[in-house]
Design a binder for this molecule. Structure first.
Ligand code: AMP
Length: 154
């Protein structure tokens, strides 16, 4: 099997984010692969901005909420030592934007967390990773998250 060369970490800032990030970092180290990071902004309104817009990290925005999200993202990238060319903060629907950036950047492995929901929980709450699995252009590793897992710092 050929080694993975470009890994995309999907980070959602949940209490489990650090667990997923640590796995992605170790995989990148193991395969000597490039590591990209994506966070999709779906929790704040950004007027006059279309879904799929990449937020420029070197620009100051008038929107206070967006500035706060941008700075949080920059801090996470810094903590995980992500190359500036591989930092993706995108406005949109997570499952769509993650797959889109993976295809665009020729990623060969996506790393995301999975709660293991099934049945009604899956139907009602949906699962980003489940959808990524169905639409991804490349391999996907789902890191099993347990809801009683101790929270870790992000
Ligand atoms: P969920 O299905 O919302 O519990 O999310 C499962 C996994 O999808 C998370 O552990 C992340 O890896 C990824 N994910 C969810 N939301 C986002 C987001 N807004 N940006 C990037 N990745 C996300």
């Amino acid at each position: 099997m050929q080694n993975y060369q470009h890994i995309l970490l999907a980070a959602d800032y949940s209490e489990h984010c650090d667990t997923v990030a640590r796995k992605a970092k170790s995989l990148a180290h193991l395969y000597q692969a490039k590591l990209s990071l994506i966070h999709v902004l779906d929790n704040i309104p950004i007027p006059d901005t279309g879904y799929g817009t990449v937020i420029q990290l070197d620009k100051d925005y008038d929107n206070e909420l967006l500035e706060a999200e941008k700075n949080k993202f920059i801090r996470l990238c810094h903590r995980l030592d992500i190359d500036p060319a591989r930092q993706w903060l995108v406005w949109g629907v997570p499952k769509q934007e993650i797959v889109k950036i993976a295809a665009q950047e020729q990623v060969d492995l996506i790393v995301a967390g999975a709660h293991g929901w099934h049945g009604l929980a899956l139907l009602l709450l949906g699962s980003t990773t489940d959808s990524i699995l169905h639409h991804s252009p490349c391999d996907v590793i789902a890191i099993r998250l347990q809801d009683d897992m101790p929270a870790s710092k992000t």
